[in-house]
Design a protein around this ligand. Sequence first.
Ligand code: SF4
Ligand code: SF4
Ligand code: FES
Length: 240
Amino acid sequence: MRTLTFHIFRFDPQLENDQPRVEQYQLEETDGMTLFIALNAIREHQAPDLKFDFVCRAGICGSSGMVVNGTPVLACRTLTSQYTDGHIHLHPLPGFELIGDLSVNTGKFMRALSERIGAWLHSHHEQSISIHQIEARMEPAKAEAIYELDRCIECGCCVSACATKAMKDEFIGAVGMIKLARFALDPRDSRTSKDYYEVLGNENGVFGCMTLLGCQDVCPKNLSHQTQIAYLRRQMLTAL
Ligand code: SF4
Ligand code: SF4
Ligand code: FES
């Protein structure tokens, strides 16, 4: 067993005189230790006020995103053993409101983004709610393609990895494009390519994306951002 050294960003914006800093904590590594286990041990024995987020511990809820040794990851799915020199540097995801230490408000960001880009099913037809109409037939391949994009857990890792987003606050980012691609694929959505062009056909949408695919490199659900960005760009062409 070895001793790990954690270098953890500490700052509580709610405290009047608090200053951003990095503090060190040492911990004996155990078999199969994840960052979730390590952070809980540090909070229990060394830093009772340390803030970080975990809910599911299984890569499903999207709440445990943080920057580990320079890369955005889901901390609950990250083993300490992969950091061979035993030094683990933890920072909150950039691009989101800081709650404190390693905790950021991704929920507020995702909700505002969804409202701004209209990330819900739009139908021009009034639909009465009936148990017989809730399910509709769909081609299996189409349903699978939609389901694939619905696997996004809104963790925010792609937002933090995006240089364009760092430079342009209004850029909708990879998660915004994934959300719109999901509805553009859906035959129940009445929006046309022209409607999507209004939201996406500018420098804050697909034309601002540099396609260097930092988003795809860090996406813990392995979503194919490259394919979706290309799909949306083709959609934009049909709108002209
Ligand atoms: S696209 Fe991937 S990295 Fe981005 S929010 Fe969704 S799951 Fe996270
Ligand atoms: S390809 Fe690059 S610029 Fe485009 S959303 Fe992904 S990280 Fe951002
Ligand atoms: S705790 Fe839910 S994704 Fe990590």
